[in-house]
Design a protein around this ligand. Structure first.
Ligand SMILES: Nc1ncnc2c1ncn2[C@@H]1O[C@H](COP(=O)(O)OP(=O)(O)O)[C@@H](O)[C@H]1O
Ligand SMILES: [Mg+2]
Length: 413
């Protein structure tokens, strides 16, 4: 536990002007004490070794090693010290690399007081949660009698992320229907909407949620099954628990990748399956969902543009750190009459096709209009049956223990 009232901060950069700016900003933040400035990593590491440094603000470019490597060393050797990396230019790949190595945040040299304060608060949250590990969760007074909360146990549930690099291919439709298909007497299912800007899962279920993922974001380090269940919508007719996206698009930016990872990882203890709906655009929450997924159901259709985007997505996977062997390709709206065949798609994207779901405009449309998924109101149709067997085949794949031992980008700290 932190016994001091304040956080000790050091700054590492060979750029004196930057060092001065950061020092001045740090002086303006309550509860933070500036300890020293170092020109290089080597001298800074000597100081960190003394054991009382809580936060390191490090330049990406240093004379001896770069900030990506330094983050790795600090997080490995000094787990009580958090790192904020700041770089001249904003670069997505660098951000991924430093976050993957355990940095608390990534800023640019232009960072202002507010941005630095938020980063320091994040680092502090992480520091507190790491040091306080093993402590009981705070008691929360919820009047709701628990369903999943009471049954929560440590046998880990599986995360299934449904994604498509092309909009309108049926991600949300399949995520909802798959979640319903996976639900059984012994298996509770959570459905999480990480399409944080225009999430539409509740609408397709004719529901209006009172809570959303935002209610969990501020508590990601002290999650409790009751808090999580209390933030979810229980959809009676399907028995699904749904974590909705924020109620307004402008609130989307309040949800970051690490929050989604922590929430999804926590939900493993509450549900047998967590099905995740995503946005087409690869935002941080979407990337976190792709990363956390034990499997990714990649949805495409027999359209040239969808196949092209699917191929581009596979090319992107290496850069994003997503293993291709956890990706299961599904062709939705499948129609044998269309000239592009399943084999051609597979050849074009160099990946096997795992399943197809038939085109069925009337049932899909009716389900959307009524707000009742076809796996509930048209169980015997071919479209519903195909999603059911997709669920069964996935369960079989997920029983393979290798699937659970993968490296995560936003690994929970
Ligand atoms: N197999 C299918 N056959 C016919 N229509 C479908 C099928 N799957 C989805 N749709 C329809 O396609 C539209 C887009 O689906 P949606 O799930 O919202 O896509 P996404 O989430 O990928 O943007 C919806 O109107 C939905 O009802
Ligand atoms: Mg959608």
């Amino acid at each position: 536990m932190i016994t001091r009232e304040h956080l000790n901060v050091i700054i590492i950069t060979s750029d004196l002007q930057l060092a001065n700016k950061l020092e001045n900003l740090v002086h303006l933040i309550d509860g933070v004490v500036f300890i020293d400035h170092f020109n290089n990593a080597e001298h800074a590491l000597e100081r960190i070794r003394e054991g009382d440094i809580d936060i390191v603000i490090s330049d990406l470019e240093l004379p001896d090693i770069n900030g990506v490597k330094l983050t790795e060393i600090i997080r490995r050797d000094f787990p009580n010290t958090q790192v904020i990396v700041i770089s001249k230019e904003e670069d997505y790949n660098t951000m991924l690399a430093v976050m993957r190595n355990g940095a608390a945040d990534y800023l640019t040299h232009e960072a202002n007081l507010e941005e630095l304060s938020v980063a320091i608060m994040r680092a502090q949250d992480l520091a507190t949660s790491t040091r306080g590990a093993g402590q009981p969760y705070p008691q929360v007074d919820t009047k709701k009698t628990s369903g999943v909360a009471e049954g929560a146990d440590s046998s880990l549930g599986k995360i299934i992320t449904v994604y498509s690099p092309k909009g309108g291919t049926g991600v949300t439709t399949l995520a909802i229907n798959l979640a319903i298909a996976l639900r059984g007497e012994e298996s509770e299912v959570g459905l999480v909407d990480t399409s944080v800007q225009f999430g539409d899962v509740p609408i397709l279920l004719n529901e209006l949620p009172s809570f959303s993922v935002l209610d969990l974001v501020s508590r990601v380090h002290v999650l409790d099954p009751r808090i999580v269940e209390g933030s979810m919508l229980f959809h009676k007719s399907s028995g699904l628990y749904i974590l909705a996206a924020p109620p307004k698009p402008e609130l989307a930016e309040k949800v970051v990748g690490r929050d989604i990872s922590q929430i999804l990882e926590f939900m493993r203890s509450m549900f047998s399956f967590v099905v995740v709906n995503t946005s087409t655009y690869i935002t941080e929450p979407c990337l976190a969902a792709l990363d956390s997924g034990d499997v990714v159901l990649l949805i495409t259709t027999q359209e040239v543009s969808a196949v092209r985007n699917t191929r581009l997505f596979f090319e992107l996977c290496d850069g994003l750190g997503i293993q291709k062997d956890k990706i299961f390709l599904v062709i939705n709206r499948y129609n044998e009459k269309i000239k592009i065949t399943s084999e051609q798609i597979s050849e074009s994207v160099e990946h096997p096709v795992f399943a197809t779901v038939p085109l069925d405009e009337p049932n899909a449309l009716q389900a959307a209009n009524l707000g009742i998924p076809f796996t509930l109101q048209a169980k015997e149709t071919e479209i519903a049956q195909s999603v059911k067997s997709l669920g069964e085949e996935l369960c079989e794949e997920l029983s393979n223990p290798d699937i659970m031992s993968r490296k995560r980008i936003f690994s929970p700290t």
